[in-house]
Each structure stands twice: as C-alpha cells, then as structure tokens.
Design a protein around this ligand. Structure first.
Ligand code: ZN
Ligand code: ZN
Length: 337
C-alpha cells in the first residue's frame, strides 16, 4: 500500500493545493492576504493550467505525447535530486554572504520593489551566462531542448541547473542587501510567473497579452527566447520585469513575419530524452577531446556555444549578424494584422 501513499504524496505535492484546502476548511480567508496565503493560492495554479492545456489539446486532437515526453521525464528525475540541492544552496548562500551585505533592508513595499529589480538583475546574470558560456549552456540547454512550447517545459531542467542558478541569484541579492524573507516571496512570485510564461499556443494563441507586451515580459517574449531562429536566439533573458533586457539591448519582440521555431540549433535525435539531457555535455566533451593544446581546450569550455578553435565561429551573435545582413529589407517591413 506504501506505493499508493507515495503516489498520493507526489500528486498533492505536484498540485500543491494542501495549504489552500486548509484555508477553505478553516474558512480563514483572511490568511489569503498573508505571504503564506498568496503562496497557497498561486501554488496550484500552474499544475492546474498544465492539466487544462493537456485536456484542451486532447479535445481538439492536437495533443501528442512526444510534445510532453522530454519535460515529463526530466521532471521525474529532477523531483528526486534537484529540489533538495537547490534549497540547500539558497540556505547556504544566505548564511554565508549575509555578513558581507553592502547594507540591510527590511520587509516593506519599497524594499520589495528594490528587491525585485535586484532579483531580475541576478536572474539576468545567471541566464545570460547560461547562454554565453558553453559549460553553463550544458546545464541550461535541457530547458531549451523541447521543440514545442507548453507548460510542461517549465519542469524541463538539468538537475544541476537549479543549484547553479541559485548560487548566482541568491549571492547577488544577499550582497545587495535584499531581505531574506522578501527574497523568498520574490522567488515565489518569480517562479509562478516564470512557469506561466511557458503557456503553449494550445491554451493561449497570442502570448502578447495586449498592451502588457510593452510593459512586462510576456509569454510571447519567452517564446521568442525559446526559438532557434537566428533573429531570436539569445534574447529576452528577463523573467517578469524586462528592464535589464532593455538596459543591455537584448529585448526582442515577436515579429509577425518571423514564425518561431522552438528548440536548439544542434541537430537533435527527435524526442530523445537522453539527448536532451546529456547531449550538450557529450558534444562539449568531444570538442575538448579533439581540440589541439590546453588553451583551446579551456576556451571551448568558457567561450559561447558555437566557438571553434579553427576560427570558423558559429556563435549566436555571428549567425544573427549574418542573418540580419541578408534579410535587412524583410525585417524592416513588419506586416500588420
Ligand atoms: Zn534560456
Ligand atoms: Zn523557458
């Protein structure tokens, strides 16, 4: 019977509705306004939307298991290793770096705004290097492997990515004085929004969210981020506020005449979970092995994906510049609908 108990726990854990049920049972609705209440309310939202997305897909006969396979397997694997590692890393970074904080802030609304801006900066840093340093790309590329967009992609991550992300994000936030309880609240809101921006076309056809597209980072922006089109590669690194993409010039709107192609530029074995999970590591290993001399071996690890010791670089920046040169005219005409 233990197996049923474990499965039940996994089920409630995934949907995360336990706290909400508690609030409904005790009718203590005021609790919804507290930090715990907000978490209880937002927790079940993404899993629920994911189920609606799958059901809608089934109903319209657009659902096919391969679209979810890679994400599902990575979720199951990560469930056992990743979340534990990640929580331990956050706790460690807070304890270790708090004495060195430039200054300390408190749990107030204005420090919340400050904290959020700093959090987005730390997220930008982690995410930017996840794309621009080949070693970190090995950790991040699993998330970009799915060739479809739907809410399950939110769970597709290499198990070491969360600890890597959390070391960078937590350290920056703590050093810049973000109050730890505020940081947890921000992480939670960010996690929920970060999941929602993976909503697929099945559930939300136009991800621009109207005028919101001008103000925040929308599902449309994140779809662009997941695209392998030369114009879209390595853009939109932010999560909710897009200020840092604006500051660093990496903000890219979805163009009506450039249709998104999801996935990574390396040719992949279609729907192969192991290739999605370990493919980039294997490919980096091969490049390092065949590279002549220690210097080029190290450069393969540290330079952006696409760098080559032969000088024939295929990095996103170069591929994009070539593309823009050739397609200049088309790109200047944005078709209106
Ligand atoms: Zn990314
Ligand atoms: Zn994503």
């Amino acid at each position: 019977m233990e197996i049923f108990e474990t499965l039940y726990k996994e089920f409630t854990g995934f949907f995360g509705y336990k706290q909400l049920l508690e609030i409904v049972k005790t009718q203590n609705y005021e609790a919804l306004l507290t930090q715990k209440g907000i978490q209880a309310f937002l927790g079940p939202l993404i899993p629920l939307l994911l189920i609606i997305e799958v059901i809608r897909g089934l109903f319209y006969r657009r659902y096919s298991f391969p679209q979810y396979k890679i994400s599902l397997f990575t979720y199951i694997l990560n469930r056992f290793v990743s979340s534990f590692l990640s929580i331990a890393m956050v706790a460690f970074c807070i304890g270790f770096f708090e004495p060195y904080a430039l200054f300390k802030t408190t749990f107030t609304w204005y420090w919340f705004v400050y904290g959020y801006v700093v959090w987005e900066l730390s997220h930008f840093v982690y995410h930017y290097f996840g794309h621009k340093v080949r070693l970190f790309w090995c950790l991040h590329s699993t998330h970009h492997a799915p060739e479809y967009m739907n809410l399950s992609v939110t769970y597709a991550h290499f198990f070491l990515e969360a600890p890597y992300a959390d070391i960078i994000r937590t350290t920056i936030c703590i050093l810049l004085g973000v109050n730890p309880p505020l940081l947890f609240l921000i992480m939670f809101i960010d996690g929920t929004w970060g999941a929602f921006i993976h909503v697929g076309e099945n559930l939300l056809k136009d991800g621009r969210l109207g005028f919101m597209n001008k103000i925040i980072l929308t599902p449309s922006h994140h779809r662009v981020h997941h695209a392998r089109n030369p114009l879209y590669m390595d853009t939109n690194f932010c999560n909710l506020l897009n200020i840092w993409d604006k500051v660093f010039g990496t903000l890219q709107d979805e163009k009506r005449n450039v249709e998104i192609e999801y996935g990574i530029s390396r040719p992949m074995k279609k729907g192969d979970f192991l290739d999605a999970y370990f493919g980039e590591i294997v490919s980096l290993g091969k490049d390092v092995y065949h590279a002549p001399g220690l210097k080029s071996k190290i450069l393969y690890i540290l330079m952006p994906p696409g760098w080559s010791h032969t000088g024939d670089h295929k990095t996103a920046t170069i591929v994009k510049a070539d593309y823009i040169k050739v397609h200049q005219q088309e790109l200047s005409v944005e078709t209106r609908h």
